[in-house]
Design a protein around this ligand. Sequence first.
Ligand code: EZ4
Ligand code: CO
Length: 409
Amino acid sequence: MKIVAADVIVSSPDRNFLTLKITTDDGVTGLGDGTLNGRELSVASYLRDHVVPLLIGRDPHRIEDTWQFLYRSAYWRRGPVTMAAIAAVDVALWDIKAKAARMPLYQLLGGASRTGVMAYGHASGRDLPELFDSIRHHLELGFRSIRVQTSVPGINAVYGVAAQHSADGKRYDYEPAQRTPLPAEEDWDTRSYMRHLPGVFEAVRHEFGPELPLLHDGHHRMTPIQAARLGKDLEPYDLFWLEDCTPAENQEALRLVRQHTTTPLAIGEVFNTVWDYQTLIREQLIDYVRSAVTHTGGITAMRKLLDFAAQYQIKSGIHGPTDISPVGMAAALHLDLAIHNFGIQEYMRHGALTDEVFRQSFTFADGYLHPGEQPGLGVELDEEAAARFPYVPAYLPFNRLQDGTVHDW
Ligand code: EZ4
Ligand code: CO
């Protein structure tokens, strides 16, 4: 078998996605996701200009060799653009291998270790009544684990709160990237946030009881000592995890947080290799690995990362926002089903237009996702539909403090 074509397809049904389609000489095709939110075209260029020419003529079955070749022959290693590009190739090759074997991908990864993949949904609200409504709505949709994000008094726009951007007041799922020519400016005050949040979790526990697994995303905004304090303050509300409590690139910060709180910690959605986790895993400073298959070099690299984590009883919490395409989501689900140290899977439903472009076979019922039994990943790209939705420039927002200082978003 030989690779005869590799097409880079950037489409924007509800938002931008970068898809790589690899075609072999016997007509088998594979899909990979390389979507890097707000920087999609850099990955498209990396692939088109520098990787596609290297793929033509290669044996698609040599996945490990192709991964090592792309990683090491570039000389310039790691980084989100490089690793998203390698991920797109890697996942497309796994799709091809599994289709050629006439098996769903999870079978090639060792077979199912569980009957379904527990997912958490995103509830949010500007105040408690709106938040409670959103939690109830997610429970009705079938979610059995819920991430809770709320507005903070005195702050106009806060990460993770759906309704705040909606002009007509209609509820919609949270989508941080905005189709604006410049990044939207949001405001932030860590002390107000830390004063407000424990009361929100107290109210949610009071309303929904002690059983429901609750999660929260701090989105890189606290200093180590602030994060330590928030973790302690949230202990009575028994969080499933506190995510990205400090800026993720400072691994040592987690030592201080860990010494002060038993609230479980999740980190790493902005990471792209196992090296970003070296201290975190070896010193058991975290409980969940948040990497996305799409941003961490694909199935090949994620498998190694999660096997490393497993030796320290650290579990998976694979990143699954809307900016991971259905292709990247399917890849995550096959991995989730197969690995032993599965923790939880983030799941934000895509919009209707995205479902037109990507025909999916994964299912969601009673709180559990399943990748389905189609050979390969189980996702087909409708290229005609994709062509109807060309790329639209979009940016993630950024934060300024009250005095105008730029802050982590
Ligand atoms: O802000 O994927 O846990 N989920 C998140 C996401 C990220 C976006 C950035 O592209 O933090 O909402
Ligand atoms: Co996050």
